[in-house]
Design a binder for this molecule. Structure first.
Ligand code: ADE
Ligand code: ZN
Length: 445
């Protein structure tokens, strides 16, 4: 329907005529009629304009963009990655975020002005396996230190040796990838240097505090004792400016009870509140060696006053997480499969137990077969103390920035939510209240 401006002329004319020619009573009656007429015209105009204005969808992504072919993507450390698993196409430092796809130049300008202060530049990583954090560059440095030569003919081949194959079907497959990095960390120099190099690498990504975990019993192949390994790692954290604490891991498995007990005693001996060994954990094949069988180790740890996190709900289901909680875990490594049990999620929430979540890792080990169902945002919105971490950045070819970008790209994680996650990490860190206060100040929100 078309509304002409001429429709306004007649009532105005009428009004002026009446004002001059009629008494007050008749004038009010006429005014009422004219008012009604004007309201009707306004309604008609509104209908007209809403039919002609298109609804904008500034955040919609085009199908072509979602289907972009895979291509080489430079990471922060200049390592080039290829052939990622399909869902990991979404992880990239350079990748456009959905909101950038806007239709007019004016909006882009507004966006840039409002976005720049909202970039997260500082991070915390609470779940980082030292042997899983050996990147191509670090591996080359460690090989040089040991005068070792790799079988690989070039960087591409070496990176393929260092990282998880695309045939990985489970955590068990994944755990076979640690042989090569571990072979570079069997001397005090190699272990100390790996701590320093990993710390410097993640510092370059913006990490301001990290907890490195490692199993001392996996560093004894060439004659180091577990204690030597701990001393070497302590030496490494002294040689970096990054704030790093250490978590000692027990290993799930058979025939290593004595080694686990030794780790426990050493944790007791070296335990500090900050600046060294601050906690215990258990790593390894959770589905094969169940959490329920390790209660005695954590009972002792509790008696000794050693804080601990427990890998649970990664390769095994909610029962494993329930056991970890029963054993008094201060944090849960992953805990992602808790989503299979609503009551368990409520329990974790009620107890305020932080979850150390690691999406790329869960995708690769197929802890979560369909990453659309990754429950991070759900947990966050329910109020669980979720934190975001890398797990094994070298083996998985990721880093903390990519983990945040992944959640932003795939689940629209907001800036405000990122802040909550990082503040959760500060609260959950195995360190002193003073250091936590410093970290909050450094994060600046
Ligand atoms: N060791 C290294 N990465 C691990 C993981 N994701 N789960 C259990 N043990 C590990
Ligand atoms: Zn882990």
């Amino acid at each position: 329907m078309k509304v002409s401006i001429e429709h306004f002329a007649s009532p105005i004319k009428d009004f002026l005529f009446l004002f001059k020619a009629q008494g007050n009573a008749a004038l009010f009656l006429e005014l009422g009629l004219i008012g009604t007429l004007l309201i009707l015209i306004a309604i008609l105009l509104k209908i007209f304009s809403s039919k002609n204005v298109k609804t904008e969808q500034p955040f919609a992504t085009s199908p072509q963009e979602e289907e972009k072919p895979e291509e080489e993507k430079p990471l922060i450390n200049n390592v080039t990655i290829k052939n990622r698993k399909p869902e990991k196409k979404l992880i990239s430092l350079k990748e456009e975020k959905p909101e950038i796809k806007v239709e007019t130049e004016k909006k882009v300008v507004i966006k840039e002005i409002s976005r720049s202060p909202k970039e997260i530049k500082k991070y915390i990583d609470l779940h980082l396996h030292l042997d899983g954090a050996i990147t191509l560059e670090i591996a080359k440095e460690l090989a040089k230190l040991h005068n070792m030569a790799f079988k690989a003919k070039n960087d591409r081949e070496l990176e393929d040796l260092l990282s998880v194959p695309h045939t990985c079907k489970s955590l068990n497959d994944f755990l076979n990838c640690f042989e090569l990095p571990l072979s570079l960390m069997q001397t005090p120099e190699g272990l100390s240097e790996s701590v320093r190099l990993v710390a410097n690498n993640i510092q370059s990504h913006g990490v301001i505090y990290a907890e490195f975990r490692f199993a001392p019993q996996l560093h004894t192949d060439l004659g180091m004792t577990q204690e030597d390994a701990i001393k070497a790692a302590l030496d490494g954290i002294k040689r970096t400016s990054l704030k790093v604490n250490l978590i000692l891991c027990f290993m799930r498995g058979e025939g290593n009870e004595a080694q686990n007990l030794e780790t426990l005693e050493l944790a007791r001996k070296y335990l500090v509140k900050d600046g060294g060994v601050v906690a215990l954990d258990i790593a390894g094949a959770e589905a094969l060696f169940k959490t329920k069988d390790y209660g005695h180790l954590f009972k002792k740890a509790r008696e000794y006053g050693i804080p601990y996190t427990i890998h649970a709900g990664e390769a095994d289901g909610p029962e494993s997480v329930k056991k970890a909680i029963e054993f008094g875990a201060h944090r849960i490594g992953h805990g992602v499969r808790s989503f299979e049990d609503d009551e368990l999620v409520e329990l974790i929430n009620k107890k305020g137990i932080p979850l150390e979540m690691c999406p790329t890792s869960n995708s690769i080990t197929i802890a979560i077969p369909d990453m659309n169902k990754f429950p991070f945002i759900d947990f966050l919105e329910k109020g669980l103390k979720v934190t975001l971490n890398t797990d094994d950045m070298g083996i998985e070819r990721t880093n903390i920035v990519e983990e945040f970008n992944y959640l932003e790209t795939k689940f629209n994680l907001t800036y405000e939510q990122k802040k909550i996650i990082l503040l959760n990490s500060v609260d959950a860190a195995f360190t002193t209240d003073e250091v936590k206060a410093q970290l909050r100040a450094e994060l600046g929100f």
